[in-house]
Design a protein around this ligand. Structure first.
Ligand SMILES: *Cc1c(COP(=O)(O)O)cnc(C)c1O
Length: 234
């Protein structure tokens, strides 16, 4: 299948899963996970209807930005972000989805203040409690939400997670837990409530279940672009 056909199919699957769950498909946006793709492939994806690109490596993103590869789409940062690379990301992306520590939140606030802008972010939750994974433990989340609310140059838009690799049905309980956390936090917010609207969860193997459990952003790579060569973390 072509890239355009894959995009159409994933969008159709998202819409079907949404309707099945009694949701309006327009509540869910597809984020194309473009890691390891070339600038040309990214342009083709945007021409074929991708409206948001998600990058998880700063170096690749910087190169694609220099190429104007993302023109016509929004850009999200979805990967592990080191504080020493915050300068290359803040103000260059619509949304940083992967803020998983107090330290990183501080660094983003400082850089956004320096640039005199407000950076939209999501807090990344380690919902499976995995040692190896970055993200905030659910019980630490209220403190981080409070910290974010005290950052004038950061706007907390919602939550993101990468659940344990458990197969599509194995992950569904984690998605349900995320949805509950999201609803709980939202209900405790007052003035900022209207901008806390994003729940980013679901990848190629499980995005339909994520949609059934309330995702508003799904991050899909392989199902659009095909398998990636093995890669190193970073
Ligand atoms: C690569 C990546 C995805 C997409 O993964 P696929 O399984 O290829 O769909 C989603 N989220 C993050 C953070 C990623 O790095």
């Amino acid at each position: 299948m072509s890239l355009a056909e894959n995009i159409a199919k994933v969008n159709a699957n998202i819409a079907a899963a949404a309707r099945e769950a009694g949701r309006d498909p327009s509540e869910i946006a597809l984020v194309a996970a473009t890691k390891v793709q070339t600038s040309d492939t990214i342009r083709q994806a945007i021409a074929a209807g991708v409206t948001i690109c998600g990058e998880n490596r700063v170096q690749e993103m910087t190169a694609h930005l220099a190429d104007n590869a993302y023109d016509g789409a929004a850009l999200h940062f979805i990967g592990h972000l080191q504080t020493n690379k915050v300068r290359q990301v803040v103000g260059r992306v619509e949304l940083i989805e992967s803020v998983g520590s107090a330290h990183l939140l501080d660094a983003i606030e400082a850089q956004a203040a320096k640039l005199d802008l407000v950076q939209d972010i999501l807090l990344e939750v380690n919902i499976g409690g995995e040692e190896s994974k970055s993200g905030i433990a659910p019980e630490e989340l209220p403190a981080l939400v409070k910290q974010a609310a005290a950052c004038p140059h950061v706007r907390l838009r919602g939550l993101m997670t990468i659940p344990p690799v458990a197969g599509p049905d194995g992950n569904r309980p984690f998605f349900a837990k995320m949805r509950q956390l999201f609803v709980d936090i939202r209900s405790q917010m007052d003035d900022n409530k209207t901008s806390f609207t994003c729940l980013s969860m679901g990848m190629s193997g499980d995005y339909e279940n994520a949609v059934r459990e309330g995702a508003t952003l799904v991050r899909v790579g392989t199902a659009l672009f095909g398998p990636r060569p093995p890669m190193h973390k970073g």
